[in-house]
Write a protein that binds this ligand. Structure first.
Ligand code: ADE
Length: 337
């Protein structure tokens, strides 16, 4: 099985830049970017980061704002914050030498079992198996076991199974190969079993169960969160402030916000007028929906020609330097075209 898998990988793997290096910094960077992002979307970000910050020292010395700006559009900004914290810890605690073992790596901010195993195995050939969604899907079908893949105890089982299946002679290649098989052949819908190097050993294929494996316990429906944004532009300036706290879009900039329970209605207009101390009702501009993993954001945009009392304003010329959540950036660009 190991040999069939590696032969398949050598012949069919995508040529991705982080696979052509053993540099732990570059591998780590790629894994952070790819944590919740598809390869096609992450690739240009990876290239920009590598160009601007060729090593961990360069990243550690960067101003937060520059890193957040370069991250704009990737989402889940906590990743970027943790990435910077980890880079600074490596610079200070490890004198710039990238930690080389699973046990050291997992102590760094933003590095969980998956990323620690990825960096330790890809860069240092430590014999630790990676376990991500692709790996769990491949193994579920291969061994025909229904440990849930979206549930902590199930994932723990899959980690043990993955470690058991690891090719200890070639941890880096084996791990990449299992993930790549999941990405290209053993896909969630309609897997290409006729192209699969493991088909001869696959339980799900033999038992016609590829449709029911891997098992999910099922998620709750995402909660809906209406957000009402009030856009005010006066004298070449726009009302804008930085988000705080532990919520989504940490430290990004946004227009004046009211989070009501209701959708765009006349009542909301009155509420915004009251909250922001306007003389007249704001004008409703339109709405859009933005999906996050556990939430559905309903964004409503309103406009007022008035100046909002006691609210910070930022010159329009600075808008392009600030990091805005993607749906706000889009709405703003639409308004200005
Ligand atoms: N997704 C996460 N890590 C990856 C990798 N190393 N190659 C391809 N896709 C990935």
């Amino acid at each position: 099985m190991h040999r069939a898998l590696l032969e398949w990988y050598a012949a069919h793997a995508r040529d991705l830049p982080w696979r052509r290096t053993k540099d732990p910094y570059l591998i780590w960077l790629s894994e952070i970017i790819l944590q919740q992002t598809r390869v096609e979307q992450g690739l240009p970000y990876y290239q920009r980061f590598v160009q601007r910050f060729p090593d961990v020292e360069a990243l550690a010395s960067a101003p937060d704002s520059e890193v957040m700006k370069l991250w704009e559009g990737l989402g889940y900004y906590r990743r970027a914050e943790n990435m910077l914290r980890a880079a600074r810890e490596i610079k200070e605690k490890y004198k710039g030498r990238f930690p080389s073992t699973f046990d050291e790596l997992i102590k760094l901010p933003g590095i969980g079992p998956y990323t620690a195993a990825a960096v330790a195995s890809f860069a240092f050939d430590e014999p630790v198996a990676v376990t991500d969604g692709n790996v769990m899907r491949v193994l579920s079908r291969l061994i025909g076991k229904a440990f849930p893949v979206d549930h902590a105890p199930g994932i723990k089982q899959w980690r043990a199974q993955a470690q058991n299946f690891l090719n200890r002679q070639a941890p880096a290649l084996h791990n990449q190969a299992v993930m790549e098989l999941g990405a290209l052949v053993c896909t969630p819908q309609n897997p290409s079993c006729d192209k699969c190097p493991l088909a001869a050993w696959c339980t799900a294929r033999r038992e016609n169960r590829t449709g029911e494996l891997p098992l999910r316990k099922g998620k709750k429906k995402p909660g809906i969160r209406p957000m009402h944004y009030l856009i005010s532009v006066r004298n070449g300036q726009v009302a804008l402030r930085q988000r705080r706290g532990q919520d989504i879009w940490r430290r990004l900039y946004e227009f004046p916000l009211w989070e009501g329970r209701e959708k765009g209605s006349r009542r909301t207009g009155k509420k915004l007028k009251e909250i922001f101390g306007l003389k007249e009702m704001p004008l409703f501009l339109g709405h859009t929906v933005h999906l996050l993993t556990h939430r559905k954001l309903e964004l409503y945009f309103w406009y007022t020609p008035e100046e909002i009392p006691d609210f910070p304003y930022i010159p329009l010329s600075q808008m392009h330097e600030l990091s805005l959540p993607v749906p706000l950036r889009r709405a703003w660009e639409e308004l200005n075209t």
